[in-house]
Write a protein that binds this ligand. Structure first.
Ligand SMILES: *[C@@H]1O[C@H](CO)[C@@H](O)[C@H](O)[C@H]1NC(C)=O
Ligand SMILES: *[C@@H]1O[C@H](CO)[C@@H](O)[C@H](O)[C@H]1NC(C)=O
Length: 426
């Protein structure tokens, strides 16, 4: 390839990558921008000015604490704790009563390009953290590095490129273990884990390497992402083609990926003029046609999301779509992979290595075009050796990607069974 051709390839990759942003979550903004106007989420994350507790939890009458944990590589992450339900004492899941310690802890991990607020948007009767707290669980809501409430580092500033030099591999090695350890230390108990979307990918990758499994009682994975080769959206196909030359990583790649940045929204507009791309139905075309979203929860979603991530995470995500295998970040140049991994190809995360006795609750939807049912079945095939009584799988043919987090019917179809599952392993 001539240098000129190479250059051409790189810029179209970059443009395509921007399109990917659109895909994931800023799509929601466009879809309703006309009707509701776009609220720009703050990027500063000053908890003193009112963190998620003050914004979305205490006003509803629930106790809430802001916590911070520093990862081994220096990122300062925020967690919100809802230690009890509205009634005060714990109930079924916990050890309630005056003076009793809080109930069984549960750690909730959101997906990519959103943050912990995404769990807190529906009514208390419909949102998972509140439902868990009212059942006596001690709820911890995680916020991944780079999102609004987790943008601090011991030495790096988010305006510096080096702050953004990480892919989701680093969440596997650093963020997830740091948060699990923190909850264990604070509560003296092993938590259950709940992940959505990319929050499942990070967990599955960690479990496959034997990380954190001995520090969790179980994991519930909503829309599990282990494979992405059957992604059915036009954008999925675009993703698959986009990153032929992601060698760009070191030039453009170490950067913040903010779906609301002006350069990005401008490119999104261009992307939306692509023939066949209907930006007014992007919510459906990206995540599938959601079944039971409450419009007020969607409004909340648009107010607080999307959130930034690293460009390297987006590239890594695209590699998974393209290659059909879950590997560590591919530096493409063999020497770079050798320097990082001691081998020319990035190591594969082997899902079949997940310890067979670790309790797993998996649930997925028939209309999810991101965590496509065919891809989930590939994952389930890897788990065929899992202990039968430690694996619960729930398939919901009407559900799409976001129903599992902000759907008003998730409480009946998903959370009830999930809580019953947790209670088996408390
Ligand atoms: C949607 O949420 C609002 C506010 O939480 C609530 O008042 C309303 O009843 C919900 N609608 C449905 C259909 O659940
Ligand atoms: C980014 O991180 C990778 C892997 O941790 C490292 O090899 C590389 O040197 C870093 N890049 C810069 C510019 O520091």
């Amino acid at each position: 390839m001539s240098p000129a051709a190479d250059h051409q390839g790189l810029s179209s990759s970059a443009a395509a990558m921007v399109a990917v942003a659109l895909v994931l979550f800023s799509s929601l903004h466009l879809a309703v921008a006309g009707a509701h106007g776009v609220v720009q989420p703050s990027r500063s994350g000053d908890i003193a000015g009112g963190g998620p507790c003050a914004l979305a939890v205490t006003p509803l009458g629930y106790p809430c604490e802001e916590h911070q944990v520093t990862t081994e590589d220096g990122y300062i992450l925020s967690l919100q704790r809802i230690p009890r339900g509205r009634g005060g004492g714990g109930a079924a899941g916990g050890r309630g009563g005056a003076g009793a310690r809080a109930g069984q802890p549960v750690l909730l991990q959101h997906g990519v390009l959103v943050d912990g607020m995404s769990w807190l948007l529906a009514s208390p009767e419909e949102s998972l953290p509140f439902i868990l707290a009212d059942r006596g669980f001690d709820v911890w809501v995680a916020n991944t590095r780079g999102t609004r409430w987790s943008r601090r580092h011991v030495s790096l500033d988010p305006s510096s490129r080096l702050y953004w030099n990480w892919s989701w591999d680093d969440l596997v090695v650093n963020d997830l273990p740091a948060m699990v350890d923190f909850v264990c230390r604070q509560t003296g108990q092993k938590p259950h884990y709940v992940g959505h979307s990319l929050g499942t990918l990070v967990a599955l990758a960690a479990f496959s390497e034997g990380r954190v499994v001995d520090k969790l009682k179980s994991a519930a994975l909503l829309t599990p992402v282990g494979y992405l080769s059957h992604i059915t959206t036009p954008i999925g196909i675009l993703l698959a083609r986009a990153f032929v030359g992601e060698v760009i990583s070191d030039f453009l790649g170490i950067a913040e990926f903010d779906p609301l940045a002006p350069q990005v929204t401008k490119l999104i507009r261009v992307f939306c003029r692509t023939p066949g791309m209907n930006c007014y139905d992007l919510v459906g075309s990206i995540t599938g046609n959601n079944y039971c979203l409450n419009s007020s929860a969607v409004d909340g979603f648009l107010k607080y999301e999307p959130q930034p991530t690293s460009t390297k995470t987006m590239v890594h995500f695209a590699q998974t779509v393209r290659d059909g295998v879950l590997t560590k970040y591919d530096y493409v140049v063999p020497e770079r992979n050798i320097a990082s991994y001691g081998q020319a190809e990035p190591p594969v995360y082997e899902m079949s290595n997940i310890p067979a006795g670790f309790p797993l609750f998996l649930t997925y939807g028939g209309r999810d075009s991101l965590a496509d049912p065919a891809d989930v079945r590939l994952l389930l095939d890897d788990l065929r050796g899992h202990d039968r009584d430690k694996l619960t799988v729930k398939y919901l043919d009407q559900f799409a990607h976001l129903d599992f987090v902000i759907g008003v019917c998730a409480k009946d179809y998903v959370y009830k069974d999930m809580i019953a599952f947790f209670n088996r392993f408390n």
